[in-house]
Design a binder for this molecule. Structure first.
Ligand code: AMP
Length: 590
């Protein structure tokens, strides 16, 4: 079995890696690290997120970095700013015991001057998104003419997102003799064409996808208003009287609050969080392990080290920021061949996080309706009847009391007797849920997969409901394409799930639609960017150019026209439609 020690990595790197809890290398690391430590040959690796590929290229890149030379030696290119920040964070943690190795993230949507200042100080490893990296190269602030290696991480995503031209331009600037490492989840023909153009005599490595989301776990999300999250939690517990689960909260305060409410409402629950002393924690853990506690409300940190089998439910009262944490939480159920359910109680704003979890882990959430009062009453009632049917009757023990009981109930016929029994046991639920509201929100009416495409609306409906039209001062003459525009938007924003509507690429400028609630973010972010050496100017436009503008209005913004205003040649000319431009789309594929 390979070990990190066998690879010949610097002791201080091994120390950092062990501190992170990496005991042995993952398959991609076992294949890649020894190769990079001893050979200049290019690598094409089919590997997905979750396989440990960051350390696979990162550890050798750090080991091989020359701390006495401040020039950039390794360039890592990746599709999104989140990934860029994540890779940089990982590399910094691997190198924390090494002096003089600087790692820098450069990505769009942030001020370029602070990145330029950081570059001036020198960074042996630069991790960048394609647009910003190219921009910095063009401005002669980032020098890649002498780099030793380039890593193309999630190469398929970079191409899907329209960064082909940026990649070509960046790679053209790099030396011929460098080592190129390409990581991609898939090997599409487009990837193959990149490998043909920029790589030679490569070693091919393929590793199987790490099974991070266990297959016997069902992942469900309920979408409700934030104020109804506790109500959903109660309904889950009421629907599942034999629940043995963990409710994950974000903060100690939330943990305490939820556990207190549950206890107050009569549930068998308790909390575990950082404010408890060790003996108190042990006591709660002990109760939970012995199953004398059914619901444990916990923070991620406090639940660490809790190793219990047979957990039926993991409930994400709040979703974590890090998708890996979700995978870790949900992995506490569905163990030892048992099935389990992991529920995310979410609000519409959490959709981004949910998508990110799906993307990173390969998990697929099914969007379901939070249980209704009727669902709960029905299930509990039938469970009670089932119990009555199956209960073991101990004649000897109850025998002495029966005569009196028969006599008391003598006047009841069969139906009345059943009604009385059931009501005695069940009135609490029936009255609590009698007028229970439907707490599901938007899109929750249909039981459908969360990734199913939504109903298509016409452009005017979309504009009326939730799309804003944005003007941008670059067009086909600046080599803008719908794909590149999507890449630009994605790179500039701190998320990649904004829904983009129609795109109209004109000669000197373009329009695109974006969800109304993201318009300010996109304008702010894009106004900091340049594209093909043009400083972007982005603003809200009144509507897409599919109608002739009124004579008095500026075609772009709907404002009154100024003399000597913008080019008017296009007036009335129908915008060139982007590929599939009328469909709502996301600025990257799932
Ligand atoms: P990556 O595919 O690089 O995004 O890595 C996925 C996750 O695996 C990250 O949380 C890493 O910290 C973790 N990881 C990477 N290598 C190892 C290893 N050898 N042992 C344990 N965890 C690892």
């Amino acid at each position: 079995m390979s070990t990190f020690e066998n690879f010949g990595l610097h002791q201080n790197i091994i120390k950092a890696v062990h501190e992170l809890g990496f005991e042995s290398p993952t398959p991609i690391q076992s294949e890649t690290i020894p190769h990079l430590m001893s050979s200049q040959q290019d690598i094409i690796a089919t590997a997905q997120t979750g396989t440990g590929k960051t350390a696979a290229f990162g550890l050798p890149a750090i080991h091989l970095a020359n701390p006495d030379n401040k020039n950039t030696q390794t360039l890592v290119l990746c599709p999104t700013r989140e990934l860029c920040v994540q890779i940089t964070r990982d590399l910094i943690s691997y190198s924390k015991y090494l002096k003089g190795v600087n790692i820098l993230a450069v990505y769009g949507g942030e001020r370029i001057d602070s990145q330029i200042r950081a570059l001036k100080k020198g960074a042996q490893i630069v991790v960048g998104t394609p647009g910003r990296t190219r921009d910095l190269i063009n401005r002669k602030k980032l020098f890649v003419e002498n780099i030793e290696r380039v890593v193309l991480d999630e190469a398929d995503e970079m191409l899907t997102m329209g960064f082909k031209q940026e990649l070509d331009a960046i790679l053209e600037n790099t030396p011929k003799e460098k080592q190129t490492l390409l990581f991609s989840a898939t090997m599409s023909p487009k990837i193959v064409s990149i490998t043909r153009k920029f790589m030679k005599n490569s070693v091919e490595i393929a590793v199987a996808r790490k099974n991070i989301g266990a297959e016997n776990i069902k992942h469900v999300n309920y979408m409700v208003n934030a104020k109804d999250r506790y109500e959903v939690l109660k309904r889950i517990a009421d629907l599942n009287p034999n629940i043995y689960g963990i409710v994950f909260c974000r903060t100690r305060r939330e943990t305490k609050e939820i556990a207190n409410k549950l206890m107050h409402d009569g549930y068998n629950a308790d909390a575990i969080h950082g404010d408890l002393s060790q003996p108190q924690r042990d006591e709660v853990m002990g109760k939970f392990r012995r199953r004398s506690l059914q619901v444990l409300v916990a923070t991620d940190v406090a639940a660490r080290g809790l190793d219990v089998n047979d957990i039926t439910h993991i409930i994400n009262y709040s979703l974590p920021d890090d998708p890996e944490v979700y995978v870790h939480r949900s992995g506490r159920t569905g163990r030892a061949g048992k099935s389990g359910i992991s529920i995310a109680i979410i609000h519409t704003r959490d959709m981004r996080k949910l998508r990110e979890i799906e993307r990173i882990s390969g998990i697929s959430f099914s969007k379901e309706l939070a249980p209704s009062g009727r669902d709960i009453c029905e299930k509990r009632l039938y469970a009670l009847i089932d119990k009555i049917e199956k209960v073991e009757v101990n004649e000897e023990q109850i025998g002495p009391f029966l005569d009196n009981i028969y006599e008391k109930l003598n006047s009841f016929d069969r139906e009345t007797l059943i009604k009385h029994f059931v009501s005695a046991e069940f009135n609490r639920y029936l009255s609590y849920y009698k007028n229970a509201r439907d707490i599901n929100i938007s899109g929750g009416k249909n039981k459908r997969d969360s990734r199913e495409p939504r109903e298509r609306k016409t452009r005017s409906e979309r504009q009326k409901s939730k799309f804003a039209t944005i003007f941008i001062n670059v067009g086909s003459r600046n080599k803008l394409t719908p794909n590149r525009l999507m890449g630009l938007i994605n790179e500039a924003m701190d998320s990649k799930d904004a829904v983009i509507g129609s795109i109209d690429i004109m000669k000197k400028f373009s329009f695109f639609e974006i969800e109304d609630n993201r318009k300010n973010d996109v304008i702010k972010a894009l106004n900091k960017e340049t594209f093909e050496d043009v400083s972007l100017s982005v603003e809200i436009s009144k509507e897409m150019p599919n109608k002739a503008p009124s004579k008095k209005e500026d075609f772009f913004t709907g404002r009154k026209k100024r003399k000597g205003g913008r080019d008017q040649k296009f007036r009335g000319k129908k915008g060139q439609k982007g590929k599939g431009g009328k469909n709502k789309r996301k600025n990257r594929s799932n």
